[in-house]
Design a protein around this ligand. Structure first.
Ligand code: E4P
Length: 216
C-alpha cells in the first residue's frame, strides 16, 4: 500500500519524505488555505520538487468548463500533478474529458460504492472514499472501503483505490488489510503509527542496563 501525505505543509512533506513515507501528496482547498497567502501553482510546484509521486491539485470551479481549464493549467505545473475533481455530475464529465487527454484525475468526495463505480467508468485514475467523514455521521467508512475494493477486484478497471479522510492508525491498518492501493493521511496519523508504549519502555530499559554495566 502506498502512503500519501494529506497536507499542503512543506515541512510535514519533507519530514515524511525523509522516512520514505511520501509516495504522493493529496491537497484540497482547505489544506492549502491553512498555508496562508501562498500562490497555489507555485505551492504545488514546491510540493512536486519534494515528492516525485502523484500530487493532487484540486479544482475549485463548479462547472465542467472551469474544471477543464484548471485541470489543463495545473497539469502543466509538473508531470506528476494529478487533478482532483469532485464527485458531481460536472466533476465526472471533466474526469472523462481530462482522462481522455491523458491527464490523471483523482475523484474526490466519494461517499458510496455507486459513486465509486461511476468514477471508474468515467476513467478516473484514483477514487477517494472519505472514511473519517462517514464515521463522523455515524456510518462506517471502513465498510465503504471494503465494498469498493471488493467491487473493483471484479473488473479490470485502472482506477486505484485511495483511502482518504483517515483519522487514526486503525483506518490505515484496516485499509492495508483490505488491500487498498493507497492510504492518504495527515502527518499526525503517521506519528500515531510510530508510537507504542512498550517500544519506549523497552528502549529505555535496554539503554539503562547498558549504562549500568559500565559501558558508555
Ligand atoms: C483527501 O484527498 C482529502 O484531502 C482528505 O482526506 C479529507 O480529509 P478530512 O475529512 O480529514 O478533511
Amino acid at each position: 500500500m502506498k502512503f500519501f501525505l494529506d497536507t499542503a505543509n512543506l515541512n510535514e512533506i519533507r519530514e515524511a519524505a525523509e522516512f520514505g513515507f511520501a509516495d504522493g501528496v493529496t491537497t484540497n482547498p482547505t489544506l492549502v488555505s491553512k498555508e496562508g497567502d501562498v500562490d497555489f501553482k507555485q505551492h504545488i510546484a514546491a510540493i512536486c520538487d519534494i515528492v516525485k509521486g502523484p500530487v493532487s491539485a484540486e479544482c475549485t470551479s463548479e462547472d465542467t468548463e472551469g474544471m477543464l481549464r484548471e485541470g489543463r493549467e495545473y497539469s502543466q505545473i509538473a508531470p506528476n500533478v494529478v487533478i482532483k475533481c469532485p464527485l458531481t455530475r460536472a466533476g465526472l464529465k471533466a474526469t472523462k474529458l481530462l482522462s481522455s487527454e491523458g491527464i490523471k484525475v483523482n475523484v474526490t468526495l466519494c461517499f458510496s460504492a455507486g459513486q465509486a463505480i461511476l468514477a471508474a467508468k468515467a476513467g478516473a485514475s484514483f477514487i477517494s472514499p472519505f472514511l473519517g467523514r462517514l464515521d463522523d455521521i455515524g456510518w462506517n467508512g471502513l465498510y465503504l472501503l471494503r465494498e469498493i475494493v471488493e467491487i473493483y477486484r471484479n473488473y479490470d478497471w485502472k482506477t486505484e483505490v485511495l483511502a482518504a479522510s483517515l483519522r487514526h492508525p486503525l483506518h490505515v491498518i484496516e485499509a492495508a488489510r483490505m488491500g487498498a492501493d493507497i492510504a492518504t493521511m495527515p502527518y499526525k496519523v503517521i506519528d500515531q503509527l510510530f508510537n507504542h508504549p512498550l517500544t519506549d519502555k523497552g528502549q529505555a530499559q535496554f539503554l539503562a542496563d547498558w549504562h549500568k554495566s559500565g559501558r558508555k
